[in-house]
Write a protein that binds this ligand. Structure first.
Ligand code: GTP
Ligand code: ZN
Length: 362
């Protein structure tokens, strides 16, 4: 019997550490000390440089493309940290905010050959902590001894690597009646994962027949659109129109998935908005930050639907990826129901970009 946290729980601790600016250690061959670029303090950078060795700043190939740094590992680049590196230098590599003002950031010396497994895991970790995808990595000879000496969270790299991309099961926590404007027969269900991650919600309208395709919407959280009435996207009108249609039909299920900013988090979405104000479109902005255009995992939507007893949907969406992911996850999409509402002069270019680059149906 052991009360020790398993690898999933250790990963949740590691994410919390990185968000606070505390380093973690990945134990493997070789072992590595990891810090998130976004939360790096001047003191910790000084301490890192004092350790000697050859620290690198790992960034995704997407970010490397903008910086013209060589991504020899394919999906990532390892930029050698100059001896006189400052927190401002690290920030300027991680964050594209001043790319246009200071375009000449290189030339960079990028590591080639050797093992990039720890760097890849470090990037997955900072991304899943909703931080900028950039991490400082320093090889250390004995990870376990180093972590113990400094009181740092230690993760086994071989165990962490598959766990980082695994999907944690979602459990129903509670559900309760929620009379709503669109229907008095509303019910809110809360789902919680085991990995310390975000909870997700299901709004059930009426009591839909489990043996027939249910009118369903997979809505991704959008604080700006859903709550603030932002005109930059169509999320608020889509949310309200989907609920209204379910109210009119008397049945439906709306999943409110906490995947803000297509899975990059609100802070990063606001960074993307700043880049959009510099002239980049929604896809280019994600790429310049080092993210893919869409970092969401819709399989968790399928998990919730199955847990509620549904196996087929009439899916309210214009996004063919959602249809594909549902089908691949074992939920039959009997019909795609278009959801076109809320176009205005501020979001028409955004909607056109989604149609042109992300395959959304007009
Ligand atoms: N990164 C990023 N996320 C955005 C931006 N604008 C909106 N979002 C996020 O995009 C998500 C909205 O997508 P959805 O409406 O669920 O899905 P969709 O891919 O547009 O497909 P539909 O089902 O047709 O609406 C929300 O998580 C928003 O926060 C943006 O410019 N950048
Ligand atoms: Zn939105």
């Amino acid at each position: 019997m052991t009360l020790a946290p398993d690898i999933i729980e250790q990963l949740a601790r590691a994410r919390a550490d990185l968000r606070m600016g505390v380093p973690i250690v990945l134990c493997g061959a070789p072992s590595a000390l990891v810090m998130a670029a976004e939360t790096l303090s001047a003191q910790r950078l000084t301490d890192l440089l004092a350790l000697g060795g050859a620290p690198v700043l790992a960034i995704t190939a997407r970010r490397a493309q903008t910086l013209k740094a060589r991504a020899y590992d394919g999906d990532l680049a390892r930029i050698a940290l100059p001896e006189d590196a400052t927190p401002a230098w690290v920030q300027s590599i991680a964050d594209p905010a001043d790319d246009l003002r200071a375009p000449m950031k290189g030339p960079f010396t990028c590591a080639r050959g050797g093992n990039a497994d720890a760097h890849r895991a470090a990037l997955d970790l900072v991304k899943s902590a909703r931080l900028l995808p950039a991490a400082l990595v320093l090889e250390v000879p004995d990870g376990s001894e180093f972590a113990t000496r400094h009181g740092l969270t230690l993760l086994d790299l071989a165990a962490a690597t598959p766990a980082l991309t695994a999907r944690s099961p979602l459990h129903p926590v509670v559900n309760a009646r929620l009379p709503m404007e669109v229907s008095e027969a509303g019910r809110l269900h809360i789902y919680r994962p085991d990995d310390g991650g975000e909870e997700h919600y299901a709004i059930e309208i009426g009591r839909p027949d489990r043996s027939a395709p249910v009118l369903a919407r997979l809505h991704s959280a959008c604080f700006t659109g859903d709550l603030m009435g932002s005109l930059k996207c169509d999320c608020g009108p889509q949310l309200r129109a989907a609920l209204a249609q379910m109210g009119d039909e008397g049945h439906g299920v709306l999943l409110y998935l906490n995947q803000e900013g297509r899975g990059i988090g609100l802070a990063n979405k606001m960074r993307a908005y700043s880049l959009q104000d510099q002239g980049f479109d929604t896809v280019e902005a994600n790429h310049r930050l080092g993210f893919e255009d869409d970092e969401r995992d819709f399989r968790l939507g399928a998990d919730i639907l199955k847990s509620m007893g549904f196996s087929a949907v009439r899916l309210l969406t214009n996004n063919p990826r959602k249809v594909k992911m549902m089908t691949a996850s074992g939920i039959e999409v009997a019909e795609r129901v278009p959801l076109k509402v809320g176009e205005n002069r501020h979001n028409s270019a955004y909607l056109a970009t989604k149609a042109k680059k992300s395959g959304h149906l007009l």
